[in-house]
Design a protein around this ligand. Sequence first.
Ligand code: CO
Length: 214
Amino acid sequence: MNSINKLLLENKAWAAEKKADDPEYFKALSLIQTPEFLWIGCSDSRVPANEITGTQPGEIFVHRNIANMVVHTDVNLLSVLEYAVAHIKVKHVIVCGHYGCGGIKAAMTNHDFKQVLNMWLRNIKDVYRLHRDELEAIPNLEQRENRLTELNVQEQVLHLAKTSIIQRAWKYRKAPDLHGLVYGLKDGLLNTIFTMTAESSVDPLYAYNDLGQD
Ligand code: CO
């Protein structure tokens, strides 16, 4: 059997099992969506948001891209962020990186990945440049990649805090909290690297002082 047919068969089996457990399962889920979390993670197939957090469909609103980036011109990311924060009113936004990230490793090389990927990875190189002294003091390559993974998560959380979407929500409802996490592929554990809340200060250069209500 080819893999797409297997996937569709697995789906039928899963749906049947869920319905057998709880006949109202899909009906209840289809009526309302009120997740408390927005997850911004890496597209890597080994870091599935629901599975590693023991959460169910309906609990996490998800956006994933290569190396869990918050790029301030990315309309896709910003639409997800605005919808999750201003409309669903999530309580927590998680940026989740992971050790062994291919995007981080690629950004640390000088290889030409062709224009589109070069453009995306450039955002990670910019994070490296900001922390160049600290990173280049680490002689071991894997340890340096791990540290860049952590610093990248921290930087993406700071990028969230620079948006008017987050600043407006902080001003008017004192939420959401922002969490930078890193997932270990080798131990399955999430570690908190960096946190920001409505009480955190934002670099004055990026702070809006006349934010109106939604
Ligand atoms: Co990755």
